[in-house]
Write a protein that binds this ligand. Structure first.
Ligand code: 5GP
Ligand code: ZN
Length: 138
């Protein structure tokens, strides 16, 4: 089922326009309306309205991944980019604004000024405890 108030469901349905760059049975790739750099592309599953990584089916995620791989090659070549960042926001506190699972393909250029996240070291013993917490989920 599509969500009637979801902008990406409307794009998939053709109810609002988008600059599509690739489409197959399960996925659609189209330009982000407010790009970080020209060629910034979003990839979405077309089947229903999965919200995020926690919600998307394994089959749709596999299809999105393969489309991201193909479209990354095309975007880098077409835009003569020097690299690609893949980015995904899941849930509001991670910066997700559109509640329909999507991956950002962002072409990168020398000196484009985009800064990635700040990092910091673990405290003594912290990494072992964190890794154990995550392993315990499987
Ligand atoms: P999020 O923060 O949810 O990961 O990113 C949503 C992205 O969707 C934003 O980068 C935003 O520019 C893009 N976006 C929002 N509305 C539209 C729209 O109507 N059309 C297109 N093509 N992109 C949109
Ligand atoms: Zn949707």
């Amino acid at each position: 089922m599509k969500s009637s108030d979801c902008i990406f469901c409307k794009i998939v349905a053709g109810d609002i326009p988008a600059d599509a760059v690739y489409e197959d049975e399960k996925t659609l790739a189209f330009l982000d309306i407010r790009p970080v750099n020209a060629g910034h592309t979003l990839v979405v599953p077309k089947n229903g309205h999965p919200h995020n990584i926690f919600d998307v089916s394994a089959a749709d995620w596999a299809a999105v991944s393969e489309t991201v791989r193909k479209v990354s090659l095309a975007v880098e070549k077409a835009m003569s980019a020097r690299g690609i960042n893949l980015m995904m926001n899941n849930r509001e506190h991670a910066g997700q604004v559109v509640d329909h699972v999507h991956l950002h393909i962002i072409p990168r250029f020398a000196g484009d000024g985009l800064k990635l996240w700040p990092q910091h070291p673990y405290k003594e013993g912290e990494a072992e405890a964190v890794a154990e917490k995550i392993r315990a989920q499987f």
